[in-house]
Ligand binder design. Sequence first.
Ligand code: ZN
Length: 180
Amino acid sequence: MLCTHLHADHVGWNTRLEDGLWVPTFPNARYVFSRKDFEFFGRQTHEAHNREAYVDSVLPVVAAGLADIVDSNDCVHREIEDGIWLADAAGHSPGSVVVNAQRGGSRAVFTGDVVHHPIQLVRPDIPFFADENPAAACATRQRLLAQCVDNDAVLYPAHFPDPAAGRVRRAERHFSYGFL
Ligand SMILES: [Zn+2]
């Protein structure tokens, strides 16, 4: 289980309620969390809904011994040219990561919330209310979109309408998106 970040709407199925207790949904899996988000969302000062999700959907996984708390550029699985690895995408949250998956030269990038809406390809410079650090999030968004063009990667944004997958292209001012 790879969590791109630990906002409430991205951790919900980590656990389920069983006889009044939150237990890991996938007891045979390892769950990968970035260290920066694990520390950030663990602070009592964070917004209530994210704090509550952290308590019922992250901490029980750690208590069950199933969590791997890793650096933001952690390599999950790598073979020559191929593999699954994380890349730092700080801004939306301090420990936001994208998940890269590559086989046979084709790369998929699971972007979490680096991009929320296709309008952000036209204006990747516009701050977004849910970004914890809007300036850093804008810089990360522009960097990631340019990388996706250069690598001809297929993007899998978490909040685009289904089917969300698509390719980023350079457009006149910024970028455009071609849904697959
Ligand atoms: Zn988010």
